[in-house]
Ligand binder design. Structure first.
Ligand SMILES: Cc1cc2nc3c(=O)[nH]c(=O)nc-3n(C[C@H](O)[C@H](O)[C@H](O)COP(=O)(O)OP(=O)(O)OC[C@H]3O[C@@H](n4cnc5c(N)ncnc54)[C@H](O)[C@@H]3O)c2cc1C
Length: 596
C-alpha cells in the first residue's frame, strides 16, 4: 500500500491555524516557516520512500526469537540505522544532550507520517522518546551523563516496563522487586509481559524503565519506584559495558503490529538505578506515559490517514453501477464508486474525522510545547492544564477513530477490503492495539472525568468552552459562516450543561463516574472537533475572501466542515442521551444473571 504524507493539509494546520513559525519564535528554537516546510518535505520522502514499503512484509514476516535474540522484519534494521543517521531519532531530544529540540507542534506531523507508514516500525522509536523525557526530567546527573545522549541519538532505545501477568490496568498489583545494594544500585527481579521493543536487533543497547517495589515500600501504587535497568550497563560517559542479567523469555504472536516485538522480559537480579525518589515511580512514569498517550493518539491519526488514502484511491478507480441520478462516466462500463452517496458518506466521514483529529493533535502539541517552553510561568501552567485535559481525549478518541476509519476503508473496498493484498485489513488489525495499550480507552475516559473534570470542578473545561464560544460569536457575524457558528455555539452550551450534570451525578453516586465516562469522552471529542472545524472553515473563508489561488483546497475545507457538522456531530446527541441513562441500568443486574 502506498502512502503520501498529506503535506498540504499539514501546512494548513501548522501555519494557517496555529502559526507554527510564530510559535517557534516564542519558544526561541530558531525554526522558521521555510525550515519547517523543508524538514516536513524530507520527512515525507523518508516515510513514503523508506518506511512505508516495509510495512506489508513486516506484517507477514513478524519478529522471531531465537536463543534469546529477537530479529525484526527484513529491512527494519537498515531503515532504523538510516533513521538514526539522518537525525530523525533526535528530532525532539533535549539540545544539551545533542538533540535538535524540535517542538511537538512540528514533530507531531513527522510522527503522524511514521505511524501511517508503519506503526510497527514507529513503536521502537516512540517509546525511546518517552524514556528520554522521563530520564531528563527525573534522572540523576550520573544517569543522564551515561545514558541520555545515546538514547537521544537513537543509538540506544528505551522501553517502558509496567505490565505483569497479574498487573495490567491495576499497577498496585505489581510484584517486581528491587533490592538496594551497598553501592546505591538495586537488584531487580521479576517478570514483565507485553514489553514493546523489550528485545530487538535495531539498537546497540536497550534501556528498560521498570516499575518495581522496594522492600519496605507501602502497599499499592504509593509503593512503586521507577528504575533504569539497561541490557548493557553503560560505562561512565556512555560506553557499552557489561551485559546485565535480564533476558527475553518469549515474544507474543498477535493480531497486528507484528513487526513490533512484544516481549516477556525476565529480570534476574539485574542491576538497576532509581529514577527520581523511591516510591515516586508512578509520578515519574507519568511523564513518560503522558507523552506515550499523545503518541498513541497520533498512531490512530496516522492509521486513519493511511486508510483514508487507500479508500479514496480505490473509490476513484473502482467502477460499479451507475449513479442514482444517471451515468456519471458514460464512456466507461460503470461509474467510479466515489459517485455513490453512501461511498461519499464513508469517505467524508473518514476525511472529516482525520483532518479534525489532525487539528486537535496540533493544538495539543502546541500546549505541550508551551507547558515546557513558554516564557511566563503562568502560561506554562495554563498550557500544562490544557494538555492534561486533552490527552485522554486524544488518546482514546483518535484511536477509536483510527479503528473506525480503517473499518470504513475495508467497507469502501467491498470484499477486496477483506483480502490481504490491498492492505486495508492490516490497517484494521494494526490499529486495534492502539485502543488497548497505554491505558485502555475505558481507562482514559475514567481519567478524563475523575482526574481532570472532577479534579478542578470543571474549571479547565469551562475555560476551553469559553474560548471556542468566543470564536463562534465572531464567526456568527459572517453570513457565510453564521449557520456553522450557531450550530457549534449550541453544542458548546450543551457541553457546558452536560459537564455540570456529569459532575453532579458523579458526586451523588460514584458509579456514575464509570457509567458516564466513555460517552462523556466521546461527546466531548465530537464537540471539540466541531470547534476546530469552525476554525478551519473561518480560515478557509478568509483565504477565499483574500483571493487565494487555491480555491479548490479551501472550498473542500468548507465542504468538509459542513459535512462534519451535519453528518458526524449528531453522534454527540446519542452519547449525551446514553450517558444520561445513568448507572442504575448498568449496575442493577447481578453479575450471575448475565447468562443462564
Ligand atoms: C502489543 C502490546 C504492546 C504492549 N506494550 C506494552 C509496553 O511496552 N509496556 C507495558 O508495560 N505494557 C505494554 N502493554 C500492556 C498494555 O498496556 C496492557 O495490556 C493494558 O494496559 C491493559 O492491561 P491488561 O491487558 O492487563 O487488561 P486488564 O487491566 O485486565 O483490563 C481488562 C479490561 O477491564 C477493563 N478495566 C480494568 N480495570 C478497570 C477499571 N478500573 N474500570 C473500568 N474498566 C476496567 C479494561 O479497560 C479492559 O477492558 C502492551 C500490550 C500489548 C498487547
Amino acid at each position: 500500500m502506498s502512502y503520501q504524507a498529506p503535506l498540504r493539509d499539514m501546512r494548513f494546520v501548522l501555519h494557517e491555524l496555529f502559526d507554527a513559525a510564530g510559535h517557534c519564535a516564542h519558544l526561541g528554537n530558531g525554526l522558521d516557516r521555510e525550515l519547517i516546510d523543508g524538514v516536513l518535505e524530507e520527512a515525507a520522502a523518508f516515510a513514503a520512500g523508506e518506511i512505508a514499503p516495509l510495512n506489508r512484509n513486516s506484517d507477514e514476516q513478524g519478529c522471531q526469537l531465537e536463543d534469546g535474540k529477537v530479529s525484526t522484519p527484513k529491512g527494519f534494521r537498515a531503515a532504523y540505522q538510516q533513521y538514526v543517521a539522518n537525525g530523525w531519532a533526535s528530532m525532539t531530544g533535549p539540545v544539551e544532550f545533542a538533540g535538535q529540540g524540535f517542538p511537538q507542534l512540528v514533530a507531531c506531523a513527522f510522527h503522524e507520517m511514521l505511524m501511517a507508514a508503519s506503526l510497527s516500525f514507529r513503536v521502537y522509536s516512540g517509546l525511546t522518546e518517552g524514556a528520554v523525557l522521563a530520564l531528563h526530567k527525573h534522572g540523576s546527573a550520573a544517569l543522564k551523563r551515561d545514558y541520555l545522549a545515546k538514547l537521544v541519538s537513537g543509538q540506544w532505545t528505551g522501553t517502558m516496563c509496567l505490565t505483569e501477568p497479574q498487573a495490567g490496568t491495576d499497577l498496585a498489583l505489581l510484584r517486581t522487586r528491587a533490592e538496594p545494594q551497598a553501592d546505591g544500585s538495586y537488584k531487580v527481579s521479576g517478570s514483565k509481559i507485553f514489553i514493546s521493543g523489550g528485545e530487538q536487533d535495531l539498537s546497540e543497547n536497550i534501556v528498560h524503565l521498570v516499575l518495581a517495589r522496594l522492600p519496605d515500600a507501602p502497599a499499592g501504587v504509593k509503593g512503586i519506584s521507577l528504575l533504569l535497568v539497561p541490557k548493557f550497563i553503560a560505562t561512565e560517559g556512555g560506553g557499552l559495558g557489561a551485559k546485565n542479567t535480564l533476558s527475553c523469555g518469549a515474544i507474543e504472536h498477535k493480531m497486528g503490529i507484528k513487526g513490533a516485538s512484544t516481549c516477556v522480559m525476565n529480570f534476574d537480579g539485574a542491576s538497576g538505578w532509581l529514577i527520581g525518589e523511591a516510591n515516586q515511580g508512578l509520578a515519574c512514569m507519568f511523564t513518560m506515559m503522558n507523552d506515550a498517550r499523545f503518541q498513541v493518539g497520533l498512531q490512530g491519526l496516522g492509521i486513519g490517514e493511511a486508510a483514508f488514502q487507500g479508500a479514496l484511491r480505490y473509490a476513484r478507480e473502482r467502477l460499479q453501477s451507475r449513479g442514482l441520478n444517471g451515468a456519471q462516466a458514460p464512456d466507461k462500463p460503470a461509474d467510479p464508486i466515489i459517485n455513490h452517496p453512501d461511498v461519499r458518506r464513508m469517505l467524508l466521514t473518514q476525511k472529516s474525522l482525520v483532518e479534525g483529529c489532525r487539528m486537535l493533535a496540533a493544538y495539543t502539541a502546541r500546549q505541550l510545547d508551551l507547558e515546557h517552553g513558554a516564557s511566563e510561568p503562568a502560561a506554562r501552567q495554563a498550557a500544562g492544564k490544557r494538555a492534561a485535559l486533552l490527552i485522554p481525549i486524544v488518546k482514546a478518541f483518535f484511536t477509536d477513530m483510527g479503528q473506525e476509519v480503517a473499518s470504513h476503508a475495508v467497507q469502501v473496498y467491498g470484499g477486496h477490503g477483506f483480502i490481504r493484498e490491498w492492505g486495508m485489513e492490516q490497517l484494521m488489525r494494526d490499529s486495534r492495539i492502539t485502543q488497548l495499550y497505554e491505558g485502555t480507552n475505558g481507562i482514559q475516559a475514567l481519567d478524563l472525568i475523575r482526574r481532570k473534570l472532577l479534579g478542578d470542578g470543571g474549571a479547565e473545561l469551562s475555560a476551553l468552552i469559553a474560548e471556542f464560544s468566543e470564536l463562534c460569536d465572531t464567526q456568527a457575524q459572517r453570513p457565510a459562516l453564521a449557520e456553522l457558528a450557531h450550530t457549534v455555539q449550541a453544542r458548546l452550551g450543551e457541553w457546558r450543561e452536560l459537564s455540570a450534570e456529569v459532575i453532579a451525578l458523579s458526586q451523588r453516586d460514584v458509579q456514575e463516574i464509570g457509567a458516564t465516562s466513555v460517552d462523556f469522552l466521546q461527546y466531548s471529542a465530537y464537540v471539540l472537533l466541531a470547534g476546530f472545524w469552525l476554525q478551519a472553515a473561518a480560515t478557509a473563508q478568509d483565504a477565499l475572501e483574500a483571493g487565494s489561488g487555491e480555491t479548490a483546497f479551501y472550498q473542500a475545507k468548507l465542504h468538509s466542515a459542513r459535512f462534519y457538522l451535519r453528518r458526524v456531530l449528531p453522534r454527540a446527541s446519542s452519547h449525551r442521551e446514553a450517558l444520561l441513562g445513568g448507572a442504575a441500568c448498568l449496575m442493577a443486574m447481578p453479575a450471575d444473571s448475565f447468562a443462564f
